[in-house]
Design a protein around this ligand. Sequence first.
Ligand code: GLC
Ligand code: GLC
Length: 811
Amino acid sequence: MNFGHFDDENMEYVVTTPKTPLPWINYLGSNDFFSLISNTSGGYSFYKDAKLLRLTRYRYNDVPLDSNGKYFYIKDGAAIWNPGWQPTKTELDEYECRHGMGYTKFHGKKGDISANVLCFVPMDDTCEVQKIVVTNDGSSEKKIQLFSYVEFCLWNAMDDMTNYQRNLSTGEVEVIGSTIYHKTEYRERRNHYAVYSVNTKADGFDTSREDFIGVYNSGANPDAVIEGKCRNSIASGWYPIASHQIDITLAPGESKSYVFVLGYCENPKDQKWEAQDVINKAPAEKMLAKYQTDEDVDKSFDNLRTYWKKLLSKFTVNTKNDKVNRMVNIWNQYQCMVTFNMSRSASYYESGIGRGMGFRDSCQDLLGFVHLIPDRARQRIIDIASTQFQDGSAYHQYQPLTKKGNSDIGSGFNDDPLWLIAGTSAYIRETGDTTILDEIVPYDNDMSVATSLFEHLTRSLDYIINHKGPHDLPLIGRADWNDCLNLNCFSEHPGESFQTFGPSEGPVAESVFIGGMFVKYGNEYADLCDFIGKKDEADRARSEVEKMVKALLGAGWDGKWFIRAYDANGNKVGSNECDEGKIYIEPQGFCVLAGVGVETGEAQKAMDSVKEMLDTKYGIMILQPAYTRYHVELGEISSYPPGYKENAGIFCHNNPWVSIAETVIGDGDRAFEIYQKTCPAYLQDISEIHRTEPYVYSQMVAGRDARFHGQGKNSWLTGTAAWTFTDISQYILGVYPTLKGLQINPCIPHGFGDFTVTREYRNAVYHITVKNPSDVCKGVLKMTVDGNDISGNVIPYDPSKKDVNIEIVMG
Ligand code: GLC
Ligand code: GLC
């Protein structure tokens, strides 16, 4: 069942009913100011950090779902409605929500009045702009009222929802004309405030929630709107809000438009005040002056649209498959940018107050956006590497505001170091910029022990080499990529952290998955060494990789698939010997994509086992059979009911690993089948089952053992975005950046047809045409570059060219 449709021309998803199975959200903002916005106007805004500098209040876990947002009420006689339907939920005659690239639009109509709302965050400002146009579609004059509504959060979102004994006494505002200033805590240590304003004279305002809504009412039936009269209340403590009342007369056919701005403003410490208790409004006035007219807004909105058009033109594909085109050209890359901005902080499943930036998550996210914003990727790599420890291990998370490692969770996730190699290698393959390796980067933010970034990578590699267990496989530590496989934890009491309880690094438990990663990224490290002339180091790395391959095909191999791990007692995890959890997806995907067992046949066997034991119509499950009881020796993984999350859910993140692995063994049909199964555009028609947004990936889809098989959860902030983009762009379409130039080596399903790719790469535009006259899955028969045949399938990098035309004939 559909709740909307794609509008590819405008790069939008059009939601056609407010009653989607779950809130379907979008993100506004590209730099410092961000808003989450749902298809019924739910959501909130923050500046830089969703925990510490939250402007507006959201109520996670509330009833009805998705309460609190930034609302407009229209009062037309007795009818009170919202263009985005919530919170009054008045039935609308027309409703549409268009989620676009960094903006969202609403269209609502009730009786003779229609309203169009555009919300976006300008490229270079710390505010959200909302333009609302109300129109009288009838044949007689109309007198209506428009009310705006935002509820302020008292900045620290965690404190805001817990510390009522203090917070209900601290709220403060100022009102000057149509501008409402929220200045809670400004009198003491803060030098920032929020502002909400409209570009017309308001006929009334409220800043106290109780006065506007009434003590026992809700957003669905605010007193002030029902009576058609704001109280001009000045909040003092309790619950500060901002609402404007605008009385409007509309001739038949007439439209009027209003521009609202919700902004974040800062003052230098010594210029905080205009007078006693009067805040310095200069920065707000400067900001608001920029959005006074429709033309101002249109210009700023055009800038945003141009930015996204330009950004997304860096990689475009044209196949005969609409769904592939729209995912690759629009939504998958857009989601990659959102994960760049948000990491795992703020979504409708991540409350914005929890973890900071994940070391491994951020390195993997980079794979999806490095071609779009290489300069910011460069800075990100340095930030991440600065939280590494001297022995090569790493803080598992760091805080975006301070960029410091998070000592609550600490280190000991033994896959982390290798992801730094993955990210750095992707950056250099993309840009050719090896100077990043010479950057002097601290350890644990301590400049006195800083070394080159290259040395950081060496220590990453050595960390794995120096931390091996009884089978010569890498020690797992607290966990590897699978945060829930906690082999050294043994937690018996509720509330203990599965990750940080127990010894951080047992001397026995080993991870086959990290072994696969070591092969993949050990080889990429060796290639880098060759590229910068460190031949001995390349040889050393390759000989370590060879040892690892032996271990993987020895103690890591179970006969028909790769084992997942050895636990702290030396027992196998993910082996045919186990009663539950016999096979896991991660080592099959990663070992095979790293090339392990490709020549000797294990790779094919592992892929066959995945297909036989883990596949479902909605994607590949993380393990089978699901754990039916709690295994203290395995940890959090067995804490989830069967079919959810890491316990046999379809963890979308690692489906592309298997798809990539299939391209490595040349099975384009299977690679693409796997790609399709979790691809949102393909799931649109079953939105009533899938439930999450049909334009972005979710972290997890419930597995076969779950009551609600096929149901998505945790949409948006997931490594799935980066990995599926890597899969489709670099392995299926086969446009893979190597250190020496772009390699073209598609692995497509039968019947996929010819296609073209336009890709910016190192300051040139590559126009690639792939022809497949014999309908093969893989193999490049012939390649011409600007009309000249070349041998092999890597286009030699020529910095003098701005446009390169490539034709590939598969066969
Ligand atoms: C979550 C975490 C990620 C981890 C995955 C599997 O998505 O953010 O770091 O790899 O779960 O446990
Ligand atoms: C829980 C989740 C897992 C996530 C981790 C992050 O373990 O199940 O997906 O990676 O929390 O801390």
